[in-house]
Write a protein that binds this ligand. Structure first.
Ligand SMILES: C=C(O[C@@H]1C=C(C(=O)O)C=C[C@H]1O)C(=O)O
Length: 104
């Protein structure tokens, strides 16, 4: 398979993108497990939103993007969207865990 600078077949480039999507989703699934763990450990719903932590992560991922040759703006936008979705997910996990512990 040719590299991204010399590829001249859209289907071949898209097959690469599809393979990368699969790797990203594997990592998202792994990330989800850890976000769920955090959601169970937080004391209350107010703690689920952690804006200082989000900004700290954004600073880190922008630097990592630069180190790896990715666009910091694309990486920031991607992470802001992902973290927003995970925060909603974490809120569900936290609520379920809280209602289960009330039933015990
Ligand atoms: C996972 C956490 O909770 C939420 C989800 C985050 C994420 O997906 O990175 C970051 C901050 C919070 O909005 C956390 O506080 O670490």
């Amino acid at each position: 398979m040719s590299d991204s600078d010399s590829v001249n077949d859209i289907a071949e480039a898209r097959a690469k993108i599809d393979g990368i999507n699969e790797q990203i989703i594997r990592l998202i699934a792994e990330r989800q497990q850890w976000v769920a763990a955090v959601g169970k450990l937080k004391k209350d719903e107010g703690a689920v939103h952690a804006p200082d932590r989000v900004e700290q992560e954004i600073r880190k991922v922008r630097q990592l993007a630069t180190d790896f040759g990715a666009s910091p703006d694309v990486v920031e936008a991607t992470f802001r969207a992902m973290i927003a979705a995970f925060t909603d997910f974490e809120l569900d996990v936290h609520r379920n865990a809280a209602s289960q512990s009330q039933q015990l």
